[in-house]
Design a protein around this ligand. Sequence first.
Ligand code: PHE
Length: 446
Amino acid sequence: MHGHWSSRLAFILAVAGSAIGLGNIWKFPYIAGVNGGGAFVLVYLACVFVVGLPIMMAEVLIGRRGRRNPIATMLLLGEEESGSTRWALIGVLGVFAGFLILSYYSVIAGWAIAYILEGASGAFANIDAAGVGEIFSSLSGDWLKTSFWHSLFMLMTLVVVSKGVERGLERAVRILMPALVALLLLLLGYSMIAGDFAAGLRFMFEPKFSELTQAGALSALGHAFFTLSVGMGAVMAYGAYLPSETSIMKTSIAVVCADTAIAILAGLVIFPIVFANGLDPATGPGLIFQSLPLAFGQLPGGIVIAVLFFLLLTFAAWTSAISLMEPAVAWLIEARDISRRRAAWMIGGTIWVLGFFSVWSFNILADFKIFGRTVFDNLDFLTSNIMLPLGGLAIVVFAGWVMCRNSSSDELDPEAGAGYRAWRFSARYIAPVAVVLIFLNAIGLI
Ligand code: PHE
């Protein structure tokens, strides 16, 4: 039987724990940097609120109605609402996307763990831009070290999943997330004083649409899904444990706002440091690892701050990783009738092996490219920019068009008349049309 979250706050914290992770602090600044800043940020924000929010609500309501793992839920509701079993494919696609995402996510989380030790060793003291570049490339270029850290992170993740996600997660998120925000605010203070804050602001908020390519717009859309953890059933799996009296709308809005605020905060910390030190904003996946240590190196108590920061980042990645693995594990337990422990080890083991291709994308396989991209980049592109938006599109079409009105209004606040109508309109028209337009644009049809 399924467990229950102990309260509405517990659910918010779990979904926030899933949403807030490397996507906000590592990925958002790096892809905003690669895609020229302002215009990308604007499209990303629009996608988060116009597309991501209604899809998150759709996922939670479907999850709570089905009360099973995402595949079984889609099978059940699909049959109930349309008589077709084909909707289960959404669940299958999602479980598979979670697999692929976690395989490379774990690699970056491994870097974060390695940086806890780098920070503790005092290696960042008074370091300059060349120095941070060296530390980063000697880590990411070392396949043995990074294999080790990736393995450790996968082990941490599967241990929690094997125990059941409701336990422990709640208390930890409640304390550690505010700590992460506090630390980011402290770093924001540093960036305002010692960084080129004006240049950072201009980069992030001055939209230059000439710099935004079609591929850039697609990755803004993809990132909206990635950062909110929607489109693959993670939120659906958590929704399955949600008590029926909780307001889905309020909860989702809270999570989306918190997630967005943290991403913007991370950007406001990082870009001023980037510009003050002559770094390239388009550095790529190493951006935070090559900019933040400059701040740690100059701050009084920098060693403690660096250690705390990378600890909290690892923690944020951990709570997201757990949610990436949960749909697959929940499915295996229910489908094969095996213990949670066994399922966690089987799924975790497979993802761990797959992850080596991403570990090696930064060293021994760095020159092995398919479509001009490394394995790591391909996995990221395929999952964030294609699988999540397609999964999300299918979910929102299901919730808006296939589910009958009574079913969805039952789950969303029955009292919130205008809110419900706004959601249904977005789910039926705005979100699907936006996703389709950005896709068509990306392949050059419009
Ligand atoms: N949202 C997480 C992050 O921003 C990543 C994630 C994606 C988690 C999809 C679950 C599902 O880091």
